[in-house]
Design a protein around this ligand. Structure first.
Ligand SMILES: *[C@@H]1O[C@H](CO)[C@@H](O)[C@H](O)[C@H]1NC(C)=O
Ligand SMILES: *[C@@H]1O[C@H](CO)[C@@H](O)[C@H](O)[C@H]1NC(C)=O
Ligand SMILES: *[C@@H]1O[C@H](CO)[C@@H](O)[C@H](O)[C@H]1NC(C)=O
Ligand SMILES: *[C@@H]1O[C@H](CO)[C@@H](O)[C@H](O)[C@H]1NC(C)=O
Ligand SMILES: *[C@@H]1O[C@H](CO)[C@@H](O)[C@H](O)[C@H]1NC(C)=O
Ligand SMILES: *[C@@H]1O[C@H](CO)[C@@H](O)[C@H](O)[C@H]1NC(C)=O
Length: 378
C-alpha cells in the first residue's frame, strides 16, 4: 500500500533529516498502460505513409504502437488541458474494460529549461518571475487536475534532465544560475503532488551521464536535497523513485555492451539502476526505477555515448513490469517516438529533424522498421 499515515512516512535517516519510507508498492502492477489518443492520432500519418508504399506489414505494426501506453508530455501552461483530456479518455477506457488504468504524464516546464542543451527551452525565465509563475500557473493547476481523478493511478516523471544538468553542468553559467530555481521548482512540484493515487519519479538522466562512479554519490545527495526541500513544504512528502533514459537510447540490457561504455559500471540502464541504488538508500531515498526503452530497441548505432539527438534507433521493449529486477518498477515508453529531439542528429531518408517536439514521420517509420523486439501485430 502506498497510502500510509504521514507519521509513518517520517523516519530519521543517517544524516538526521526526515527520510522517505519506501514501503509503498509498484503502481504499475496489474494496471493497463493507458494509450492516449493524441499520440495515436499522429501515427495515422505513419500508417498512411506505409500504405502508400504498399507496406501493409509495417502499417499493421504502427497500430500496435498506437495501442502502446506512452507518456503525455505536459510542457506549457496552455498544454495543461491535455491532462483533463487524458483523464476523461482513461476513465472511459476503465469503465469500458473494467481494467484499472495507469495514466503516464511528464511534468516539464521549469524556468530556464534545458539550460545546457538549448533545444528545449521553455516558456518561463528566472529573470522574469519564472519560478513564481511556474508554481502558481503551472504546478498548482497540474496538481489540481491530477488530484481530481483519484479513480485513476498516475505515474509522473518530474522535469527530465534538469537535476542531471545541475549535477554535471555547473560549468555552464546558465545551469549554475538555474540551480536553486530548479531545486525549488521540483521540490514544490513534489510537495503539491502528494496523493495515494500519484507516484512520482524524479528524473535521473541516464547511465552515460550520472552513471559514472564519481557522479553517483553527488547525484543521490542532490536528489535527497530536493526531497528534503519538498518535505519542508509538505511534511512527509515522498516520491516513488526515479526515471532513467528518458528520450535517450541506452539499452536496458546491453548485448553486446558498446565500446564507449568500457570504463563505466553503468554500461546499460539495468546496471545504472544497480549502481545508483546503494547511494539512494544511503541518502534515505527509495531505490525504484522506471526506464524508458521507447527508442532503445536497436543497439550500437551511435559512435559516442553523448549522441542524444534523433539517433538511428528502433522502438524497444514494450512497457512491462516483468523487468527481472526488484529495482525496476517498469519498462516504459516515455518519449513518444516520432517527436523530434531538435533540429539536430542524422538525416533519415534524406530528411532532417525538425525543431524539438515536432512530428517527424520518416523517423518514426524507421523506429517501426528497426523495432527490437519486432512489433507484434495484434
Ligand atoms: C515504514 O513504514 C512501515 C509501515 O508503517 C513500517 O512497518 C516500516 O518499518 C517503516 N520502514 C522504515 C524503514 O522505517
Ligand atoms: C501498390 O499496389 C497497387 C495495387 O497492386 C499498385 O497499383 C501500386 O502501383 C502499388 N504502389 C506502389 C508504390 O508500389
Ligand atoms: C547569471 O547570473 C548573473 C547574476 O545574476 C548574471 O549576471 C549572468 O548574466 C547570468 N548568466 C547567465 C548565462 O544567465
Ligand atoms: C528544511 O528545513 C529545516 C528547518 O528549517 C532546515 O534545517 C533544512 O536545511 C531544510 N532542508 C532543506 C533541504 O533545505
Ligand atoms: C568494439 O570495437 C571492436 C574493435 O574495434 C569492434 O570489433 C566491435 O565491433 C566494437 N563493438 C561494438 C559493440 O561496437
Ligand atoms: C527477463 O528475463 C526473461 C527470461 O530470460 C526474458 O525473456 C525477458 O526478456 C527479460 N525481460 C527484460 C525486460 O529484459
Amino acid at each position: 500500500m502506498k497510502y500510509i499515515t504521514a507519521t509513518a512516512l517520517l523516519v530519521v535517516g543517517v544524516l538526521g533529516r526526515p527520510m522517505t519510507n519506501t514501503t509503498d508498492t509498484n503502481p504499475f502492477i496489474g494496471k493497463n498502460y493507458f494509450a492516449n489518443s493524441g499520440y495515436a492520432a499522429k501515427l495515422e500519418t505513419t500508417i498512411k505513409a506505409f500504405l502508400a508504399k504498399n507496406d501493409t506489414l509495417n502499417a499493421a505494426r504502427v497500430k500496435t504502437v498506437q495501442k502502446t501506453g506512452t507518456f503525455v508530455w505536459v510542457t506549457t501552461v496552455s498544454g495543461l488541458d491535455a491532462i483533463d483530456k487524458t483523464i476523461a479518455e482513461a476513465r472511459a477506457e476503465q469503465l469500458r474494460t473494467s481494467q484499472e488504468q495507469i495514466v503516464q504524464l511528464v511534468l516539464y516546464d521549469l524556468p530556464d529549461r534545458d539550460c545546457s542543451g538549448g533545444e528545449s527551452g521553455g516558456e518561463f525565465s528566472s529573470t522574469a518571475n519564472g519560478l513564481e509563475l511556474y508554481k502558481t500557473t503551472f504546478v498548482d493547476s497540474y496538481a489540481a487536475r491530477v488530484k481530481s481523478a483519484p479513480d485513476l493511478t498516475f505515474a509522473i516523471i518530474l522535469e527530465p534532465d534538469s537535476l542531471g544538468n545541475l549535477i554535471t553542468n555547473q560549468n555552464v553559467p546558465f545551469c549554475a544560475n538555474a540551480s536553486a530555481i530548479y531545486e525549488e521548482g521540483i521540490a514544490y512540484a513534489i510537495s503539491q503532488l502528494q496523493a495515494p493515487h500519484i507516484s512520482l519519479y524524479i528524473d535521473a538522466a541516464h547511465g552515460g551521464w550520472l552513471g559514472w562512479d564519481g557522479n553517483l554519490g553527488p547525484s543521490a545527495a542532490e536528489f535527497a536535497k530536493v526531497v528534503g526541500l519538498a518535505q519542508n513544504i509538505t511534511a512527509g512528502a515522498t516520491i516513488r523513485g526515479f526515471s532513467t533514459d528518458v528520450s535517450n537510447f541506452n539499452p536496458y540490457i546491453a548485448n553486446p555492451r558498446a565500446n564507449y561504455t568500457e570504463w563505466s559500471n553503468s554500461f546499460d540502464e539495468f546496471n545504472y539502476a544497480k549502481s545508483l541504488s546503494p547511494h539512494l538508500i544511503e541518502n534515505g531515498l527509495p531505490a525504484h526505477f522506471i526506464i524508458d526503452q521507447g527508442r532503445s530497441g536497436l543497439q550500437n548505432t551511435r559512435d559516442s555515448w553523448g549522441e542524444w539527438c534523433n539517433a538511428v534507433a528502433g522502438f524497444g521493449i514494450r512497457p512491462t513490469t516483468e523487468t527481472n529486477s526488484t529495482l525496476v518498477d517498469s519498462i516504459v515508453w516515455a518519449k513518444p517516438g516520432g517527436e523530434s529531439d531538435g533540429a539536430c542528429g542524422p538525416e533519415v531518408e534524406g530528411t532532417k529533424g525538425p525543431n524539438a517536439g515536432l512530428w517527424w514521420d520518416e523517423y518514426v517509420q524507421m523506429l517501426v522498421k528497426n523495432a527490437e523486439p519486432p512489433l507484434e501485430i495484434n
